[in-house]
Design a binder for this molecule. Structure first.
Ligand code: S3P
Length: 430
């Protein structure tokens, strides 16, 4: 949807500072859902403040799950009463812009004894849902969609376990099937074509479920009951990524990000920054609920050429827009094997290349990626975020390297994952 909000970005010679980032969005979705399946209250500290995780909380509330939010301490308490106590909602469940909400929730609703409609915004209604509909239908659910897109009419049914090998690596699909598997007869296995983020597996263990992980195959047994937990969510590595990239790209910069998630299925970006030529130091300080966290320090040094290989893509899929900004000023970034970017919150290959060109940066599309060639400070210009939070933030970081001022149109998209992004940017360039 076109948005009236816009932010002007002044060129910045460098960024510097020490900061924390908001709670991890992926982990927060999972904790909220698992807490709603078990019987008893779970307190989720440092809950992700963005609109996406609020979509998950809103859907749970419509299903009769009581939720208490304490914005001052950024904690959320989910008063779970067990999966069987979920109630048929009075209207459609709205997942907003959140693919994670729609796909993971579909896995849970597939086993409920009622029918529910799930809707989403314009962007979510364009995203592919067959990838969850098909395995859930194989398990026994009936899901109606329009040409594989939302709205989804989910007619829950007693499920049976399946052995599922998805074509595309997707943590959301893996999670939907495993969550359905908790309420299916027998065992459910997902054999991934490549390792994707494993927060669901770690969260299941935390909430007391047993699962078996052997290489890329994860198996859950149906009929298990979990327990409520009080857990704290680490900072979101994908939000930290924008500052890590800015600090690598702008000479003389350095940032330190504290208490940020370091799950190795998420941190592929760190290797890219090192290959580009930045100095990167990581200190792991703790592991809570199976999720490692710590401090990352990044300092700009050289500006090299970096190629992201297809095998690296699942470990940094959400960081690719930020990675493009590495070469906004100098150096080069080439990404291949990332066709999935075309079915994210926007077509991220086209949105990115169009926006970078508008900022005066040399950028080209491949069917499955892009190339960015830094060529000195770009002139600056006006980039359109196309309603995509990560695009708005990537354009802002790229625009810092500009020769003149730039504008990001649709700047309010950051509310999806990082509501305080613009204030933080102002602080880091000061
Ligand atoms: C996510 C998985 C990824 C990622 C998305 C969040 C998750 O999507 O791009 O932002 O929380 O499981 P896919 O599973 O579609 O790759």
């Amino acid at each position: 949807m076109p948005s009236a909000t816009a932010i002007t970005i002044k060129p910045a010679r460098r960024i510097s500072g020490r900061l924390g980032v908001p709670g991890d969005k992926s982990i927060a979705h999972r904790y909220a859902l698992l807490a709603a399946l078990v019987d008893g209250p779970s307190r989720l500290a440092n809950f992700a403040p963005g609109a996406d995780c609020h979509s998950t909380l809103g859907c749970l509330a419509s299903l009769g799950v009581q939720i208490r939010e304490d914005p001052a301490s950024r904690s959320v308490t989910v008063m779970g009463r067990g999966f069987k106590q979920w109630r048929s909602p009075s209207g459609p469940l709205d997942a907003g812009n959140s693919g994670t909400t729609m796909r993971m929730m579909a896995g849970l609703l597939a086993a409920q004894p009622f029918s529910v409609t799930m809707i989403g915004d314009e962007s979510l209604s364009r995203r592919p849902m067959r990838r969850v509909i098909e395995p859930l239908a194989r398990m026994g659910a009936r899901i109606e969609a329009t040409d594989g897109h939302a709205p989804l009419m989910i007619h829950g049914h007693p499920l049976h376990g399946i052995d599922f090998a998805p074509d595309v690596p997707s943590a959301q699909v893996k999670s939907a099937v495993l969550l359905a598997g908790l309420h299916a007869e027998g065992s459910t296995s997902v054999r991934e074509p490549a390792q994707t983020r494993d927060h669901t597996e770690r969260a299941l263990t935390t909430f007391g479920y047993q699962l078996d992980v052997a290489g890329l195959t994860t198996t859950v047994r149906g009929g298990q009951t979990g327990q409520p937990r009080d857990v704290s969510i680490p900072g979101d590595f994908s939000s930290a990524a924008f500052w890590l990239v800015a600090a690598s790209a702008l000479p003389g910069s350095h940032v330190e990000i504290t208490d940020v998630g370091l799950n190795p299925t998420r941190t592929g970006l760190l290797d890219i920054l090192r290959r580009f030529g930045a100095r990167v130091t990581v200190v792991e300080t703790a592991t809570e609920a199976g999720e490692p966290r710590g401090t990352i320090h990044v300092e700009a040094d050289r500006h090299g050429t970096v190629e992201v290989h297809p095998s690296e893509v699942p470990g940094l899929i959400d960081e690719l827009p930020a990675i493009a900004a590495l070469a906004a000023h100098s150096g080069q970034v080439v990404v291949r094997g990332a066709r999935e970017l075309r079915v994210k919150e926007s077509n991220r290959i086209t949105t990115l290349v169009t926006g970078f060109r508008a900022l005066g940066i040399d950028a080209d599309e491949y069917p499955d990626g892009f190339i960015i060639r830094g060529n000195g400070a770009p002139a600056g210009g006006v980039a359109q975020a196309q309603g995509d939070h990560r695009m708005a933030m990537a354009f802002a970081v790229a625009a810092l390297a500009g020769h003149g001022a730039s504008r990001v149109d649709g700047s309010d998209a950051v509310v999806i994952s990082y509501p305080e992004f613009w204030e933080t940017l102002e602080r880091l360039v000061a």
